[in-house]
Write a protein that binds this ligand. Structure first.
Ligand SMILES: [Zn+2]
Length: 212
């Protein structure tokens, strides 16, 4: 045997790969089944994938808001490119989508494109929550970026149900106390918070959703 031959070890490794059972995940972005399965986040290997679909034929669709991040002490409007990336711990808030600043221990990536003539799709990708991962729901004064209120959830331990439970509770607490929503630096009163789930909106929350 020369040096160019496969070692027994490499041969066995490669042979093993051929015989390995592997799951096959295919996403058809035009199918209703995909839309439903990824409506929240769905685990795929070491990733969590979410799909958000917009119907382009509905003229009445509320406009797509700005994608805001807090960078260098300022609220910045980040252009929605085809692919955007949010590093860990950068507060981000897509207007009209959810009414809080999401602060993630993990990184997030968003891919934006048209799936067909009638559908625009955003595919969200983040790492599957490891045991120590935390998420936070936060509010900063929209006038001077002074911190107002924050709640934290151990997503790694409690999973998505825990995440949504604390989200709900944080929103109710923030909305239920005007003192929490009033900036102690500049006196600006923060608009009401609202959740990812638009279909639960009261008229009051609908108004809040349309405002920030
Ligand atoms: Zn303020």
């Amino acid at each position: 045997m020369t040096d160019e031959c496969l070692s027994d070890e490499t041969y066995a490794f490669m042979k093993g790969l051929i015989g390995m059972k592997a799951a096959c995940t295919v996403m058809d972005l035009t199918s209703a089944e995909t839309e439903l399965r990824y409506a929240s986040f769905y685990p795929v290997g070491d990733m969590l994938i979410g799909v958000r679909v917009r119907d382009l034929t509905k003229a009445s669709n509320r406009p797509r808001g700005r994608s805001l991040k807090i960078i260098d002490g300022k609220i910045v409007d980040e252009p929605r490119a085809n692919v955007t990336f949010t590093p860990a711990l950068v507060p981000h808030h897509p207007e009209y989508n959810y009414g809080f600043w999401h602060i993630n221990d993990g990184q997030e990536m968003a891919l934006n494109f048209k799936a067909s003539d009638t559908k625009a799709v955003t595919v969200l990708v983040e790492g599957f929550a490891n045991k120590s991962r935390k998420d936070r729901f936060a509010w900063f004064c929209l006038n001077c970026v002074n911190p107002l209120y924050m709640r934290e959830v151990e997503t790694g331990r409690l999973g998505l149900p825990g995440f949504y439970g604390v989200e709900d509770d944080a929103i109710n607490t923030f909305n239920g106390d005007k003192k929490l929503r009033t900036c102690n630096e500049c006196g600006t009163v923060h608009p009401l918070a609202y959740s990812i789930y638009e279909w639960n909106d009261t008229p009051e929350l609908q108004e809040a959703r349309a405002s920030w």
